[in-house]
Design a protein around this ligand. Sequence first.
Ligand SMILES: Nc1nc2c(ncn2[C@@H]2O[C@H](COP(=O)(O)OP(=O)(O)OP(=O)(O)O)[C@@H](O)[C@H]2O)c(=O)[nH]1
Ligand SMILES: [Mg+2]
Length: 337
Amino acid sequence: MAAVTAVAVGGGERGSPRREVDVAVLVERARGGEPRAVARLISLVEDASPALREVAAALSPHAGRARVIGLTGSPGVGKSTTTSAFVRSLRERGLRVGVLAVDPSSPFSGGALLGDRVRMQDHATDRDVFIRSMASRGHLGGLAWATPQAVRVLDAAGCDVVLVETVGVGQAEVEVASMADTTLVLLAPGMGDGIQAAKAGILEVADVFVVNKADRDGAEQTVRDLRYMLSLGGRHSAAGAWRPPILRTVASRAEGIEEVLAAVDEHADWLTRTGELDRRRRGRACAEIEAIALAALRDRIGDVHGSAALDAQAARVVAGETDPYTAADDLVATVTT
Ligand SMILES: Nc1nc2c(ncn2[C@@H]2O[C@H](COP(=O)(O)OP(=O)(O)OP(=O)(O)O)[C@@H](O)[C@H]2O)c(=O)[nH]1
Ligand SMILES: [Mg+2]
C-alpha cells in the first residue's frame, strides 16, 4: 500500500484558508463517482496547485478508458446544444458522460457558463453526468495544458465518454482537437464559417463535419462549400485515410444527432482497426510531456536571468574569452543537471 500524503493547497474556492487535501482519498471518491471529489480534482489541476503532480500520479493507473470526443466551432454555432443532445443519447445507452466546456477567451470558470447552465440543466441531477467549464485564467500554457488533466480526472471517475467543447478561436481549437480521439467541427449557415474553417486549418483537424442549424437558409450552400474544400485535398485524400462525413443537424430539435453519433462510432472503429487510436494517444502524450518539460526548463532559465552565473558568462563573452553559443551551452548545462 502506498503511503498516503496530505498536501496543503490554496483550495478550489479561491481565498479560502489553506487546507489539507488527501489526494489518494479524493481519487478514490472520484472513482466512486462522487461529484464533489471530481470537481475538487479538476480544480486542483486547473489551478496548477502544488498537489498537481500527486494528482497526476494518482490518476494515471485509472485513466485511458474513456473515449474523448471534441466539439469545436465558431461562437454560437450550437456546440452546447449539440453536446446536451449527445449527453441525452449517450445516457440512453447507459453510458457515464463527462463534459468539459473549454473557453480559451474567458476568465470565468468553475461552474457551468450561464448559457450552458440553461442548456445543460436537463442533466443537472443525473449522477452519471459530470459537467464542468474551464477557462484559461491566463496562466502559462493555459488550457492546452490543464484540459488533458481534467479529461483524465473524468476518465478516472469512470466516464465512458468525455465530450470537450471548445470555442473556435484559431489555434485553441486546433490544440483542443489534438486532445480528442474524434473531433467534430460544427458549422452553421451564413456565418462565413467556410472561409474561417480553411484559415484555421480546421479542415485538417475535423473527423466529422456537422452543419448545424440545418433549419436555416443556406445550410445546403455550407455543405457544398465544405465538399468543395475537401475535394481540394489534404490528409483525407491519402489511400486508406478516413474521409470525414458531412452531416446536417438541427440540434435544438435533436434532429440528426443519432446519425452524428453513428459517424463517431464508425470513426472509433476506424481508429481501432488502423492503429490510429494508439498513434493519436501517443502523439498527445508526447505533446503533453514536451509542454511540461519546456515549462520546467523555462522556469529554471528564468532563475538564471539576472543571476551572477549569467553575468559572469556575459563578461567572458565581452572579453572574447568565449562565444555566446558556448556560454549558452554552459548555462543550459547548469539548469539541467
Ligand atoms: N435555429 C436553430 N438554432 C439553434 C440550433 N442549435 C442551436 N441553436 C441556437 O443557437 C444558439 C447558440 O447555441 P449554443 O449551443 O449555445 O452554441 P455554442 O456554439 O455552444 O455557443 P458558444 O458556447 O457561446 O460558442 C442558441 O440560442 C440555440 O438555441 C439549430 O439547429 N437551429
Ligand atoms: Mg457553448
